[in-house]
Design a protein around this ligand. Sequence first.
Ligand SMILES: *[C@@H]1O[C@H](CO)[C@@H](O)[C@H](O)[C@H]1NC(C)=O
Length: 285
Amino acid sequence: MDRSTFILSILLTLTATTTTFFSPVYAGTFDMEFDITWGDGRGKVLNNGELLTLSLDRASGSGFQSKKEYLFGKIDMQLKLVPGNSAGTVTAYYLKSKGDTWDEIDFEFLGNLTGDPYVMHTNVYNQGKGDREQQFNLWFDPTADFHTYSVLWNPHHIVFLVDGIAIRQFKNLEHRGIQYPKLQPMRLYSSLWNADQWATRGGLVKTDWSNAPFTASYRNFRADACVSFAGKSSCPASSPRWFTQKLDLTAEDKMRVVQSKFMVYNYCTDTKRFPQGVPKECNIH
Ligand SMILES: *[C@@H]1O[C@H](CO)[C@@H](O)[C@H](O)[C@H]1NC(C)=O
């Protein structure tokens, strides 16, 4: 790795450590917090509820969803992605509300051939409309170890974080006429499935089923969130820090560094795709 990447990785490690240290833990076991919803036994809760694994083979993938619905929160999960030749596999990890005009906050990890980088895909949907893709390479091998992927969703913004580092921010710009998800509670979902028609190099590299089953692992789920039930939302008693949290200048600077080094696709700069002009939020800073 070159010198600036090295300095960046030290910076990133330090931030990750301090963030973990100061945040209160609201962690439940996977049995308490999630239901495995499909995959006919391919999703498993292990180690007294502290570990969850999803697997994928030629016959099926698998997935799980949170028992609770959230309306704003800071949600963390550690994931270790499918190692080796994971081409054609997709590990999706997202928050989503119900219905035809749903809101959604997405992480998707697109597998690759051994040694080639995963692509981390992100998106934000309002009322069923997405088209806000940003994709990143990661500054570590996401299959070698667990890393924390988080969503901070409050009335000011949605922030995507990796190991405590903000990598993307979608601001609430309602005052500028841009819709912002704030009324529909969302559930947390994850799934491991096959998408070799498009996932790796745009579908050129197919899944090698001789490597199946493919497995992704999850641990240390933590939701510091307002929980929504029967139309009512209840937030943690003392006004939580994440509810009003904005990115400070250091975090914004760091985000810009990560974006300049690791972002590989940005809808905001895709003028071919938006010949009439990129979406309005792209020009507001
Ligand atoms: C896989 O690796 C190739 C070669 O480095 C790269 O172009 C591609 O973006 C990577 N990721 C995916 C999901 O195709």
